[in-house]
Design a protein around this ligand. Sequence first.
Ligand code: AMP
Length: 352
Amino acid sequence: MPGRTVGIVGGGQLGRMLAMAAARLGFHTIILEPEEKCPAAQVAGSQITAAYDDPDALDTLAVLSDVITYEFENVPVESARTLAHKKPVYPPPQALEVSQDRLTEKQFLRDCGIKTADFIAVDSQQEIDDALAKMGGKGVLKTRRLGYDGKGQKLFDQPGQSSAHAFSELGAVPLILESLVPFVAEISVIAARGADGQVVSYDPAQNHHSGGILRRSVVPADVPRQSVEEARAAAGSILKKLDYVGVVGVEFFVNQDGGILANELAPRVHNSGHWTEAACVVSQFEQHIRAMCGLSLAACTRHSDCVMENLIGDDVDRLPELLKQPDTVVHLYGKAEVRPGRKMGHFTRLKN
Ligand code: AMP
């Protein structure tokens, strides 16, 4: 109940927005993050400044928190399990385990009855060459672990494109080769499951990436009704299979015929759901806090069409202009240093 403390592992912008949502519902928050004055700690009650796998820090977090969550999927699974022995951790650590390895993730999605791109695990240059040949010379080669925002990926989309040195270029680590999906749209579903098993989901957003980074999410997505229904149902199956509590983000490719293929799942609030803070009665952040604290979930009612855009690197200089625009909600993350490719904030423009 309000007055209790929510622990958050990770101190980035997602932790920041979760902490703000928790505060609005009357909860205290505590952040575990090695970086001093991180975005989340600026708005939280306190910070434990230590590594995510520091045993003493984990112990302190467990003692001081009533319930614990995490804001990025590369939290060490062992840390989440250690915490879960002492206090409730949501989403369940198994969700981290599934999503941290693209191979496990794809196999899990298929176990849920959800279609994905074809894939082959590859662990050497020879295996890459053989797998590419099997896929007709086209595909997307990805590191199985620790890839984000298009990092750790190599695209093969030209006939006869050489794959020489691809294994060493990606760090000589376990990889997965995925078939190149000729999608017409990318969408994502933000869904939540409560402690009582209730599942709710927001309208899917249509996502536009460049350079592997999400630039823009448009709601509603311009895809057939059937794709929307299938994506929502798929997100629901994932939540049920994991006995999940909290918010999940699931990304899909939509093909020409409206069929969908799941690309990846994030066991946390998601960048493509930031629009919910401006265009919905209750945001994905509050929905997550409600779920993990055993409170009633809200309806995912959307009152406006909208476009959310990320402010990446120097984009943040647009602030004065954006603040003059009517129907625009701006959100900055409190990051002191502007770096190319760094997400500095976002804004959502309401369209009606
Ligand atoms: P990911 O890190 O898996 O989200 O990939 C980043 C972006 O690369 C996706 O949003 C797509 O635009 C593109 N992409 C990833 N995998 C594939 C694929 N198998 N086929 C076509 N495009 C892909």
